[in-house]
Design a protein around this ligand. Structure first.
Ligand SMILES: [Zn+2]
Ligand SMILES: [Zn+2]
Length: 109
């Protein structure tokens, strides 16, 4: 079984709803309020999951990192903070250091 989650189409930016969508068609969108923010790969492709679908993701797929959805998750201009386990706006004091620690794609290829 493919361990990588099918990323599918780009979902609405700014909503914090579960992006689980079997077959990647709108009729199958979960749409529940998301509880978890999942970083699928080091390039920054991320998704949002409700509780049950986070369980699905943990069982079925590999991912880089995950944290609880906060107010800044999935908002334009935010960056993933591994250290703080949340999304932050670059320009906050800790953001630049966190961004610098993002693993380069070449590092895992
Ligand atoms: Zn869901
Ligand atoms: Zn987040």
């Amino acid at each position: 079984m493919d361990p990588f989650a099918p990323l599918g189409r780009t979902m609405d930016v700014g909503s914090q709803h579960c992006t689980y969508s079997p077959g990647d068609i709108p009729a199958n969108d979960c749409g529940e309020t998301a509880a978890w923010h999942i970083l699928w790969d080091p390039n920054g492709d991320a998704g949002l999951a409700c509780g049950p679908h986070m369980g699905t993701a943990r069982h079925r797929f590999v991912f880089v990192d995950v944290h609880r959805v906060g107010p800044d998750c999935n908002m334009p201009g935010t960056a993933w903070s591994f250290d703080e386990k949340r999304c932050i706006y670059p320009g906050e004091p800790d953001a630049i250091a966190a961004a610098a620690e993002m693993p380069a794609r070449e590092a895992i290829a």
